[in-house]
Design a protein around this ligand. Structure first.
Ligand code: IPE
Ligand code: IPE
Ligand code: MG
Length: 247
């Protein structure tokens, strides 16, 4: 891995948008109201990201574990994904945002799959912010599907076992098109990865905030980016070595 000296703005930010349910509960509202407010917060964050010219954002919208929630909440979430996608895609396209979904989409209704496919197609040649949405995604699933793809290539003699290295595995993962996230943000106070980008966060700076996702505004996003810009990224080296390469 190439060590990059401290840079001020991360090229790739991964976000776990957590705390919608608690936000709603604190206001005496149903959980789905929190998810609706969460979509609004994401919209603002994307607009801001376009404005400050960020390159890549990968957000966790629905984990494979989230299927275990009550059916009523899952159903409402699926409806919300469809309506949010259909109402936002035109503006995203106008803003030159390229949308990509990672995760197993065949588990979704035809309607949601169509919205996902159409929005990807519509924005596929855009050159601005890359917005990756992890939906029915989990980090372990991603690693398993990468291993399966590699095993197939070995069995069919396309590659040899000796060809399997970190670069090859990275290239088989869902985010192969992007470099690893430099900054990870999780709202909602929990300090865990929850099966998100396990492989890709090997050297990511982890930022946790108590703020619940619907309350996470652009000001707080800027604070997280500013926090990142002050981190010394050492990649195993000593602080002195890193300082030397920066001067
Ligand atoms: C994150 O908020 C959104 C999804 C997982 C879909 P939560 O729904 O997990 O909110 P909390 O953690 O219960 O507050
Ligand atoms: C992680 O949040 C998944 C998403 C934000 C989509 P959860 O709320 O599901 O995570 P846990 O279960 O508390 O770890
Ligand atoms: Mg949660």
């Amino acid at each position: 891995m190439n060590a990059t000296p401290t840079i001020s703005k991360p090229e790739h930010i991964a976000i776990i948008m957590d705390g919608n349910g608690r936000w709603a509960k604190s206001k005496g509202l149903p959980r789905v109201a929190g998810h609706r407010a969460g979509v609004k917060a994401l919209r603002k964050l994307i607009e801001h990201s376009v404005k400050i010219k960020l390159n890549v954002i990968t957000v966790y919208a629905f984990s494979r574990e989230n299927w275990q929630r009550p059916k009523s909440e899952v159903d409402l979430l699926m409806d919300l994904f469809i309506s949010a996608l259909n109402s936002e895609v035109k503006d995203l396209n106008k803003n030159n945002v390229k949308l990509t979904f990672i995760g197993v989409r065949t588990a979704f209704s035809r309607k949601l799959q169509n919205s996902i496919n159409e929005s990807e197609l519509l924005t596929s040649s855009n050159t601005g912010l890359c917005l990756n949405i992890a939906i029915n995604y989990s980090g372990r699933w991603d690693i398993v599907q990468a291993y399966q793809a590699i095993a197939k290539e070995i069995v069919s003699n396309k590659i040899a076992i000796e060809d399997v290295d970190e670069v090859l595995i990275s290239n088989k993962l869902s985010l192969a098109a992007h470099k690893d996230p430099e900054l990870f943000i999780r709202t909602g106070g929990e300090q865990r990865i929850s099966n998100y980008l396990l492989w890709q966060t090997a050297y990511t700076e982890l930022y946790f905030t108590e703020t619940l996702w619907p309350d996470f505004d652009t000001k707080q996003f800027d604070i997280a980016i500013d926090w990142f810009s002050k981190r010394q990224r050492r990649f195993g080296k000593t602080p002195e070595q890193v300082e030397l390469t920066q001067n």
